[in-house]
Ligand binder design. Structure first.
Ligand SMILES: Nc1ncnc2c1ncn2[C@@H]1O[C@H](COP(=O)(O)OP(=O)(O)O)[C@@H](O)[C@H]1O
Ligand code: SF4
Ligand SMILES: [Mg+2]
Length: 328
């Protein structure tokens, strides 16, 4: 297993006291796997990504039984381990690529900085030549043919798709074992999104790179996704192989999201008419007790004020007192 997260809890102080924004979340990613984390806006997806990277400010209290990357504890990295792992073995790309690129230096200079010294050999001028060559190769890998123009460009001159490609080039410069992609295509046109997905799929196939993809919509996930985890209001609702979860979800939340997502519309004949969820995700000041889906769940019963433990059916996990689609 590449990444093993058990009972990750993230607390913060709100006007109504200390709350578990993230509530005992498990997430496991196998080597070479594309795992997609799906949930509505505000459900805690970026907090998980930032906790893995160690990017959370001290106002967030992070605890877990384990957050392991291979055999390293990511919550207690030594400075040396941090330099070796974060940004190298684990890289991250974001939604708004342009705002993460440095506006003051050219794309060529930014990508040069992403090339690791340890990948270069020889005298300083040999290394300089190698560095430039590596930048050109990176640009070609992400599908940018006119490398000379691109290397002279500044971030503000790029389209959103091109900026995301540069961010990907920068992230893959170190051939990370795990790439975390936090809604990298959510504001893109479907055609550009497909282009970025194809690119990521190529790197996945070429380097065996594992990926944690983050998405708001089950209808806009990478087709190569092998496993999906569903998060709602900081609680992990369901996790399983993509095929099983998309065709036979066991959690009411997944069932409802499937009925509203583009995923269904893409199919010629929806199998059943599924209920959609009324209402909105709760705010941090008013988190429901127990299963946080309760106020919006069509199956909610009094026992739902206790958060259900995870049920495991082979490698399909779900946390619900009244799971759906269980009959044969
Ligand atoms: N910088 C912040 N300040 C205050 N609240 C935040 C901040 N970042 C996230 N939150 C809150 O934490 C919760 C989870 O946020 P986030 O992980 O960004 O959700 P997602 O990525 O799923 O949209 C939300 O309720 C959000 O309002
Ligand atoms: S535990 Fe209860 S409220 Fe939560 S999803 Fe299941 S039935 Fe609905
Ligand atoms: Mg987010």
């Amino acid at each position: 297993m590449l990444l093993d997260i058990r009972n990750l809890t993230i607390r913060t102080q709100t006007s109504t006291g200390l709350v578990n924004v993230l509530d005992r979340v498990n997430l496991q990613i196998n080597e070479g796997e594309i795992h997609t984390l799906v949930g509505e806006s505000g459900s805690g997806k970026s907090l998980i990504a930032r906790a893995i990277m160690g990017f959370l400010s001290p106002r967030w209290q992070v605890t877990a039984d384990r957050v392991w990357f291979e055999s390293t504890d990511l919550l207690n990295l030594t400075p040396q381990q941090r330099r070796n792992i974060i940004g190298v073995d684990i890289a991250m790309i974001f939604q708004d690529a342009k705002s993460y690129l440095d506006p003051n230096i050219t794309i060529g200079e930014q990508l040069s900085e992403a090339v690791l010294d340890r990948d270069l050999t020889g005298s300083w001028w040999q290394r300089r030549g190698q560095r430039k060559q590596k930048v050109i190769t990176l640009l070609h890998r992400v599908g940018i043919k006119n490398h000379a123009d691109m290397m002279q460009s500044y971030a503000h001159e790029l389209s959103e798709g091109a900026a995301q490609k540069i961010m990907i080039a920068s992230a893959i410069a170190h051939r990370p074992k795990l790439l975390i992609a936090d809604e990298p295509t959510s504001t893109m046109e479907p055609a550009t999104r497909q282009q970025i997905y194809r690119l990521l799929a190529q790197f996945h196939a070429r380097y065996g790179m594992s990926m944690l993809m983050i998405s708001q919509d089950l209808g806009a996930i990478m087709p190569q996704t092998e496993r999906i985890s569903m998060i709602y209001s900081g609680q992990l609702m369901e996790s399983g192989a993509a095929d099983a979860l998309l065709t036979r979800p066991h959690h009411p939340y997944t069932e409802a999201l499937l009925s509203t997502s583009l995923y269904r519309q893409a199919e010629s004949e929806p199998r059943t008419k599924l209920p959609t969820l009324a209402g909105v995700e709760p705010t941090l000041q008013h988190l429901p007790i127990g299963c946080r889906l309760g106020p919006r769940c069509p199956y909610a019963k009094p026992e739902c004020i206790n958060f259900p433990s995870q049920t495991k059916l082979r490698d399909h996990h779900f946390a619900c007192h009244h799971p759906v689609n269980l009959e044969d």
